[in-house]
Design a protein around this ligand. Structure first.
Ligand code: TRP
Length: 471
């Protein structure tokens, strides 16, 4: 994130300093050769001096500089001074704890997933709520009570989620909606459609149509490896399905007729020089929210309620969808929104598939996982062991702790880790080891399941066909 003039911004320096501090600590604890430690310390001191020059302040671990730096696209969703910015293409915040999600609920006009809703999901489903619900990771919703009211009266619904296949490499953050969707599917025993927006990635990125389509098929394998039931799940590439399904395309056109350029400009910030493909695309992401886009599954019915689990940055698409739905005679889709999965470097931004060190990839080896966590996971610990023991660490900004809240199933263990880290009883290296021990078997198991996914299985998941449900 250089600032355009080739200089490092305060946030760049802060991030470099943080990882350099980590490196020095790792080298020291691993008793590396003195020359390596000295070189690392020298760079650390240089970065500290640069930081002071740029910000006028001393670097303090856990206290990022007070300025927002990720502002590539200034659409209407962009942040006003000091506010978090969240739209489908950018996420930025100045706080090390990450985006203020309560404020986002107010700004987006959604509802909080409160204890009452979590309890109700438990009552209605008879299953212990997923840890993502217990821990506020799926933190916001639209119309969930309505979905549950109907479900209690034996009215079924279906799930819709998706992924933009921008590369072959998926990271753990990409799995969050799919892990949760799998739980919802198992819990409520309902159909699921998964949209792979290869068309979207072609329009937005410098990629060929063929590459985007190939990534869609490759990504489908990682999605299938999450354990979806082929008899209950339809995965589709837009490039394939749009041309194959007259009903889907009819819905796209209906939506396009009922949304003006002014509206998408307001929602997505499109400008005069954006290609017309981008301007028309939101209708394609909206169409799967309507059950008659899938006649093979819903026998042409248009009244089956849709529930969309997704990260909060996708909400603009579905605000638009919910706005047009009644005007074209369809029910509004309900939503469950998740927080972002933080980058290893800290919760200020979401992870980027283009930076290998910002995330744990699904193809990483156990050794790579260990090194990445040790070297790059932003720490809420103190600079020296003595200080850490005395004052304790800050789990709220510590990325290893954040990752454990996503992946460690046991609530009691997680709570104990939080307390021990905050009191100083647990050191950063020990906390990181807990995370490494959690991630390694999880990623290895994923890789084994992915190996079992054959081309025939992918083809079956991606073939339009009836599912095991009677509508
Ligand atoms: N636009 C999303 C992305 O870039 C992909 C997507 C399409 C999606 N339909 C969705 C995500 C529905 C969540 C829910 O990742």
């Amino acid at each position: 994130m250089a600032d355009g003039s080739g200089n490092m911004t305060a946030m760049d320096l802060y991030e470099s300093l943080t990882s350099q501090g980590e490196l020095v600590r790792t080298l020291k604890t691993e008793k590396a050769v003195k020359a390596d430690i000295d070189a690392a310390v020298k760079l650390l001191l240089k970065l500290k001096a640069d930081y002071k020059q740029v910000t006028g302040q001393d670097y303090k671990a856990g206290c990022p500089p007070l300025e927002s730096t990720v502002l590539e696209d200034t659409g209407p969703a962009a942040a006003v001074d000091g506010e978090d910015m969240v739209d489908p293409w950018n996420v930025s915040t100045t706080s090390a704890k990450g985006v203020d999600y309560d404020k986002l609920i107010v700004r987006f006009g959604s509802s909080k997933v409160d204890q009452e809703l979590v309890d109700r999901i438990e009552r209605v489903s008879g299953k212990k709520p997923h840890r993502f619900l217990r821990r506020g990771i799926f933190f916001s919703h639209r119309d969930m009570h309505q979905v549950l009211d109907a479900y209690e009266k034996n009215k079924s619904f279906y799930l819709y989620t998706g992924r933009g296949p921008s590369s072959e490499a998926m990271h753990v953050g990409h799995l969050i909606p799919f892990i949760f969707t799998k739980w919802l599917q198992d819990t409520f025993d309902i159909p699921l459609v998964i949209q792979l927006t290869d068309d979207e990635k072609y329009l937005w990125k410098d990629l060929s149509l063929e590459d985007c389509h190939r990534y869609a098929v490759e990504n489908a394998k990682d999605i299938i490896a999450c354990g979806f039931d082929v008899n209950k799940t339809f995965i589709f590439s837009d490039l394939d399905y749009m041309g194959a399904s007259p009903d889907f395309y009819r819905n796209v056109v209906k939506i396009q007729k009922h949304v003006t350029f002014n509206q998408v400009k307001g929602i997505f910030g499109f400008g005069d020089s954006d290609c017309i493909g981008k301007i028309a695309f939101p209708a394609i992401q909206a169409a799967p929210s309507f059950s008659n886009s899938f006649p093979q599954i819903f026998k042409g019915r248009k009244d089956i309620q849709c529930l969309i689990p997704c990260a909060i940055d996708q909400d603009p698409y579905f605000r638009m969808t919910r706005d047009v739905a009644p005007r074209i005679g369809y029910p509004k889709p309900a939503l469950l929104h998740s927080t972002f999965f933080p980058a290893l470097q800290g919760a200020q931004t979401k992870m980027s598939a283009s930076d290998a060190n910002s995330s744990i990839f699904l193809t990483d080896t156990p050794k790579q996982i260990k090194n990445k966590v040790n070297k790059h996971a932003f720490s809420g610990g103190k600079d020296t062991i003595e200080e850490h023991r005395k004052y304790g660490g800050n789990p709220d900004v510590d990325v290893s702790f954040m990752y454990l809240t996503f992946f460690l199933e046991d609530d009691e263990q997680l709570d104990k880790i939080r307390q021990d880290y905050a009191s100083g009883a647990l050191l950063t290296g020990e906390l990181k080891k807990r995370l490494i021990d959690t991630l390694q078997p999880m990623i290895t198991a994923h890789q084994e399941r992915r190996k079992q996914v054959t081309e025939e299985m992918v083809l079956k998941f991606m073939t339009p066909r009836p599912l095991d449900f009677n509508f």
